[in-house]
Design a protein around this ligand. Sequence first.
Ligand code: 5GP
Ligand code: ZN
Length: 119
Amino acid sequence: MTDATTPHGCLFCKIVKREIPAQIVYEDSACIAFRDINPQAPVHVLVVPRKHFASPGEADESDEPLLGHLHRVAAQIAQQHHLTAGHRVVMNTGATAGQTVFHVHLHVLGGRSFTWPPG
Ligand code: 5GP
Ligand code: ZN
């Protein structure tokens, strides 16, 4: 049975529902954060809302607190990992930007230096 809020087949919805295991580092009623399976830096954590959106463009005004919450959780994760020298928060949006999982998420990357502009 399909459910509009948890689209059939969405990998991150499955992780949120604990149908697929992940190394969870933080969770609350609105979001879950877990280690990326293919880390691009010594610290690479994904912050994922429990609510499914393919991209921020699908969010409406009532979702603004949730989108802000994701950024605050990202900052807390950086602090917990002692990324005092710096870290990068990334949201890839759309295929040409590198998005591969179409459920909104923030990447929290740290533990090395990053170049700008990104590749
Ligand atoms: P995107 O490319 O959409 O910005 O980010 C998706 C991220 O999800 C990628 O960095 C990828 O390594 C990660 N990923 C894909 N499949 C899994 C999985 O099964 N478990 C975890 N923990 N991360 C995954
Ligand atoms: Zn989803």
